[in-house]
Design a protein around this ligand. Structure first.
Ligand SMILES: [Zn+2]
Length: 279
């Protein structure tokens, strides 16, 4: 898809499943299962969708999927399915991991930064994108490196620790312009240092929601994940940014929606509906 002068590629790193109840917090199953069919273990299908932006000067990757450093038990619990993976997705559009100049992580949960690093021929963990600078919120970095017990299972150090040693880590503190046309907004709420990304070219804006609005079902304000550390703040941030998105006609990018990658939003009475442009 074109966004002003930029080329935008939604790139899949496969699919996985999480508990449907955990994905929708206090929303009863009778409601969420209408649009999200659970499997026999109550898990729903989610995409691992990253966004590659070619500005013609820089090649920017937002989030990096789940990666491939995990083992059998992890793969089984989360039903990781990688018939499509980030490496193949890159190949399909004729790009190489070496070409990426910037990586932005919305946060450091394993399904957003697993592809940050890989195991090389000698068995060492190294950055997957050797020529890229990685941008992460400072508070997120601190929380991930010293996690509380509730968050520990989501922060896997092999996905990020090596970035500091490799000197490719750039810590961001709050809202910031990264380069012309790329801005981050710190929303926290889902985690201590979650950020969303705004991509702007000419008069067009795209928002990469990350886990603030992981799927189109989460456009409903009270549809909040149990994974959110501060759900009421998530709702506040969601409402604030959704109002801007509707008013300024932003394009939305959904990281985890199993079908919809990119869509415009339309207000219909109290509800927000989508007009899908890329599936
Ligand atoms: Zn998350």
């Amino acid at each position: 898809m074109k966004l002003g002068k930029f080329d935008i590629y939604p790139l899949l790193d496969g699919f996985f499943r999480l508990d449907g109840g955990a994905m929708f917090g206090v929303i009863p199953k009778v409601l969420w299962q209408k649009t999200n069919q659970p499997d026999t273990n109550n898990r729903i299908l989610l995409a691992l969708r990253t966004c590659l932006i070619d500005t013609q000067k820089e090649l920017i990757l937002i989030d990096t999927g789940i990666g491939d450093k995990y083992e059998g038990k992890f793969e089984d619990i989360y039903q990781v399915k990688k018939e499509i993976n980030l490496k193949n997705s890159f190949k399909q559009i004729g790009k190489k991991s070496e070409d990426v100049t910037l990586v932005i992580n919305t946060h450091l949960h394993f399904d957003h930064c697993g592809g940050n690093t890989k195991i090389d021929k000698n068995g060492n963990i190294v950055p997957t994108f050797p020529n890229a600078k990685y941008y992460i919120q400072k508070t997120e970095w601190e929380a991930a490196n010293d996690p509380d017990s509730r968050s520990r299972a989501s922060y896997l150090k092999e996905n990020f620790q090596v970035l500091e040693k490799a000197k490719v880590l750039n810590l961001v503190d709050g809202d910031q312009k990264i380069i012309d046309g790329i801005e981050v907004i710190k929303t926290s709420a889902h985690t201590y240092g979650h950020q969303v990304v705004l991509i702007k070219s000419e008069d067009k804006t795209l928002i990469y929601w990350g886990d603030l609005i992981p799927t189109v079902s989460h456009l409903n304000l009270p549809y909040l994940m149990s994974y959110d550390l501060f759900p009421l703040q998530t709702m506040e941030q969601k409402e604030k940014l959704l109002n801007r998105a509707l008013k300024e006609d932003w394009v939305s990018f959904f990281e985890h929606d199993p079908k919809i990658a990119i869509a415009y939003l339309i207000q219909e009475g109290k509800r927000i509906r989508i007009k899908s442009i890329v599936e």
